[in-house]
Write a new protein. Structure first.
Length: 371
């Protein structure tokens, strides 16, 4: 029987394997693997992941198990390590469940159209990319809306090309160069070919760096020693609710937002409201400001939070609205301190002494509005 060298081709490892870097994003690794074999990214994916669409969806969030197994087998990497490069691995650390067919909280949506990422949903640190030297790569944390600065380099992150303001699309650098072997580094802007490593470095303030380090510590360990909660996803769940309220255009939350701005000594900017005020879709500067306010509210827990919410007349019904799975550490303080009981509502809502109950007050308000 003749020996056929192609018998084990399907199961044999790839000849030129580059290993996963610490905290590397899956699509960044796939791109580096394709370039190590001198193949265009789309060719590499079509050959190895047959029938799987990669670049017309958020592949870091909805990668099939079959692709994870192929990558594990072909690179001799444990499948658990491969899965760590996806955003799904943040389950039970950042959120309970990573949704694959719709947006997931804390993950910035890419808004893909014809394989082009329209939103600035992948951040980068020019100093980190420069420190990577010959093999620059993109980190998982740079896809998260809670990332605003780089604690390692002590500078602000960037959300788009410094030269042409285009979103990062490292998988499209090769397009339009059909006859060329791919040689552009992942730090090249697909639009103007500028090197993202040359972006200006803006030093971040110490307070913001400390805040980012705390968030990353909770995220990496999965535990939260502060705020009377044990697991990190319970902290991020409550933080998300506070962030959502600070982004709201509803009058009661604007009062709270205004009160926070006054105490922090910063200018109050009203929210635009609606879909555009979704925290994950805000610009880097807007997210930075909202996150600073939310973390400042949580400092000295629960004294500062209770004092400001009560002063702004934000009650438990407001704070727990659409928050059915509120973690106990947050729910307990809100219910105990911000619950408007029957005996107290008349004192808090002056000007309505003639109504015998809170329900009657609401009905009267609705009747007056409908006149």
């Amino acid at each position: 029987m003749l020996f056929n060298p192609y018998d084990d081709f399907e199961s044999a490892p790839w000849p030129l394997v580059v290993k996963l870097k610490p905290d590397e994003l899956l699509t960044s690794w796939i791109t580096r693997l394709s370039y190590s074999h001198l193949l265009k990214v789309h060719t590499f994916c079509n050959v190895n992941f047959r029938g799987v669409q990669v670049w017309n969806r958020d592949f870091d969030r909805c990668v099939p198990d079959s692709v994870l197994k192929i990558l594990s087998q072909k690179t001799l990497t444990p499948v658990e390590r491969v899965k760590e490069s996806t955003l799904v691995s943040y389950e039970t650390y950042l959120f309970d469940h990573c949704r694959t067919h719709t947006n997931t909280e804390w993950i910035m949506p890419l808004q893909i159209a014809h394989r082009v990422r329209k939103r600035c949903a992948l951040l980068y640190c020019p100093k980190c990319l420069k420190a990577d030297k010959a093999e620059p790569y993109y980190r998982r944390k740079w896809r998260l809306s809670l990332s605003v600065v780089c604690p390692r380099c002590k500078c602000y992150l960037h959300e788009k090309c410094h030269a042409c303001s285009s979103p990062v699309n490292f998988h499209r650098i090769e397009l339009g160069r059909r006859e060329q072997i791919p040689y552009f580094p992942l730090t090249t802007c697909y639009k103007c070919l500028s090197d993202l490593r040359t972006a200006p470095v803006v030093r971040a303030p110490a307070a913001l760096l400390k805040m980012q380090e705390k968030l990353y510590q909770f995220l990496d360990s999965g535990y939260c020693s502060e705020y009377q909660c044990q697991y990190s996803h319970l902290f991020f769940s409550a933080l998300r609710q506070i962030v959502k309220l600070l982004c709201s255009k509803v009058a009661v939350f604007e009062r709270l937002n205004r009160g926070v701005c006054e105490e922090m000594g910063i200018e109050f900017t009203p929210s635009v409201g609606g879909f555009a005020s979704n925290f994950d879709m805000l610009s880097l500067a807007e997210r930075t400001l909202i996150l600073k306010k939310a973390m400042w509210l949580l400092d000295d827990w629960p004294s500062r939070f209770i004092r400001l919410t009560r002063a702004s007349k934000v009650w438990s019904a407001n704070l727990l609205k659409d928050f059915e799975d509120a973690p106990y550490w947050f729910w307990k303080e809100v219910k105990f301190n911000n619950h408007l009981v029957y005996s107290e509502w008349k004192k808090q809502l002056a000007g309505y002494p003639k109504h015998s109950s809170y329900n009657n007050l609401i009905l009267a308000r609705m009747a007056r509005k409908n006149k």
